[in-house]
Design a protein around this ligand. Structure first.
Ligand code: CA
Length: 225
């Protein structure tokens, strides 16, 4: 999952960035409102973390423009403005949720997950398909084994995990290599040209060949059942 962090306070930004990266989110960080505009026009994100008091352009204007373009990317506003009027203005401008600074970091991650889940139309954070279960909170992947009482736990690398999460979140939807890369890497990461193929290969070795299908010329898909 790829997030945009819009925050001009370097201390807060670095803390949030470390936390989210440790949780395997790909994160791009911009420090003013104009850069936020540019990022949002050039890249699709799974969620935006938006501070309101920003240099160059106010966060509220960034948000209004985003919604004005009919862009429904989930937006979680993070701000020190605790006046009720500011909160109402943020929600009216199209924010999906609000957290007041200083916020609890665990709560921040929980709200991010809830918003992403809601935006993909799911009620439960655990993804389950083809007897595979992926739990984003415990970061466990398990597989039901025919005839066995207990599920088998599968150990994946962080990137394999991220690819599987992308595909499992939208079963039946074909993702191109570029679309998967986009969700896996932030601007700062170096991407080798066949990285996604390598992760898919690793996943098939661990999960079986049928779990992820290749659609020739288009990409990869996790069949619905
Ligand atoms: Ca600020």
């Amino acid at each position: 999952m790829r997030l945009l962090l819009v925050e001009d306070d370097v201390m807060i930004g670095e803390t949030v960035l470390d936390l989210l990266r440790a949780d395997h989110f790909a994160v791009d960080w911009v420090k003013d409102g104009r850069m936020a505009d540019t990022a949002l026009r050039s890249q699709r994100y799974d969620l935006v973390l938006l501070d309101l008091g920003l240099p160059q352009r106010d966060g509220l204007d960034v948000l209004k423009d985003l919604r004005g373009r009919k862009d429904l990317t989930p937006v979680l506003v993070l701000t020190a403005r605790d006046a009720v009027g500011d909160r109402i203005a943020g929600l009216d401008a199209g924010a999906d949720d609000y957290l007041l600074k200083p916020y609890d970091l665990d709560e921040l991650v929980a709200r991010i997950r809830a918003l992403i889940r809601r935006s993909t139309g799911r009620a439960d954070s655990v993804l389950e398909i083809q007897g595979l279960r992926l739990n984003p909170i415990t970061r466990e992947v398990t597989r039901r084994v025919e005839g066995a009482l207990e599920s088998e736990s599968i150990s994946l690398s962080a990137r394999e995990w991220a690819v599987l999460e992308v595909l499992m979140a939208r079963p039946g939807v074909v993702f191109s290599r570029a679309q998967i890369e986009e969700k896996l890497y932030s601007w700062k990461d170096e991407v080798s040209s066949n990285a996604v193929e390598v992760y898919i290969h690793g996943l098939r070795k661990k999960l079986g060949n049928a779990v992820i299908q290749t659609v020739r010329g288009l990409g990869y898909v996790m069949p619905r059942n």
